[in-house]
Design a protein around this ligand. Structure first.
Ligand SMILES: C[S@@+](CC[C@H](N)C(=O)[O-])C[C@H]1O[C@@H](n2cnc3c(N)ncnc32)[C@H](O)[C@@H]1O
Length: 256
């Protein structure tokens, strides 16, 4: 993104760790984890992926709501200091770095300081969740548009326009919303989305503990106690699977 000046020597690689399964890492990401002089990683990155890091210089700088958090300014400064000292600095982020990963803040800060930055894409959660469900987000005849949204806004940021985007797209992937699924569904219904719109929740997509639940905006998927990250998917493409799952649940309750 910029060439190194003589005062700086390192390149910072913003690397996507993917949704969690180590074999969904890109070959480039795995190579960089082995070559890095120093690695700064997010809280959502699982141990199996961290074990690919060869250097002993690895630091958790993850941001996870309600848990461990390191201020973004401090992360930026750590990356800058590392780039002035080491040739290969890896900033490892969950999923894809360019989606809800605050990549822009890190890139603009580092480039502004004359540091070379390169981005290595990763499999984003919505794609891993689609694989888990076995349902295409762009099922022919039902969906021709997809929106990746989050209702979450950072402190001091403008309100999110997620509802507008969610109404405009046929299929919607909602990041960082599972804890507020009731409010999200209510907001979509008030905005005009049909109450019968199918909804899927996928937890820990790509990981051994993955879980899937279906419902509608009016009858939300029953998500048991969650341990991992979860994504909400909304759209008619989930209609068939949701109807089957809800029928199976009705039968189960009737025979209980
Ligand atoms: C801060 S965002 C980061 C998204 C990431 N950059 C990506 O591309 O997937 C974190 C949110 O992504 C979603 N997420 C991440 N990993 C997931 C997974 N394995 N299964 C389901 N949702 C996941 C959850 O909604 C979580 O709250």
């Amino acid at each position: 993104m910029t060439s190194n000046s003589s005062a700086t020597r390192g390149t910072v690689f913003l690397v996507g760790a993917g949704p969690g399964a180590p074999d969904l890492l890109t070959v480039r990401a795995a190579r960089l984890l082995g070559e890095a002089d120093i690695v700064f990683y997010d809280a959502l990155v699982p141990e199996e992926i961290l074990s690919l890091i060869k250097t002993s210089k690895k630091t958790a700088v993850g941001k996870r709501s309600g848990r461990f958090s390191t201020a973004q300014n401090f992360i930026n400064k750590q990356l800058l200091d590392a780039a002035r000292k080491y040739a290969t600095v890896v900033r490892l982020k969950g999923g894809d770095p360019m989606l809800f990963g605050r990549a822009h803040e890190e890139i603009s800060y580092l480039v502004g300081k004359g540091i070379s930055v390169k981005v290595v894409p990763g499999v984003t959660a919505a794609l891993a969740a689609s694989a888990e469900l076995g349902v295409s987000m762009t099922k022919r005849g039902q969906a021709r548009s997809v929106a990746f949204v989050t209702p979450r806004v950072g402190e001091g940021m403008a309100e999110s326009s997620w509802i507008r985007a969610a109404l405009a797209a046929d299929t919607v992937a909602i990041y960082m919303g599972a804890d507020e699924i009731g409010d999200i569904a209510a907001a979509l219904i008030v905005a005009g989305k049909a109450m019968a719109t199918p909804v899927a929740v996928v937890e820990s997509a790509s990981l051994p503990g993955a879980g899937v639940a279906y419902g509608t905006l009016a009858r939300l998927p029953k998500v048991e106690k969650r341990d991992g990250p979860a994504l909400i998917l909304v759209g008619d493409v989930y209609g068939e699977a949701a109807a089957q799952a809800m029928e199976a649940e009705r039968c189960r309750q009737a025979s209980a």
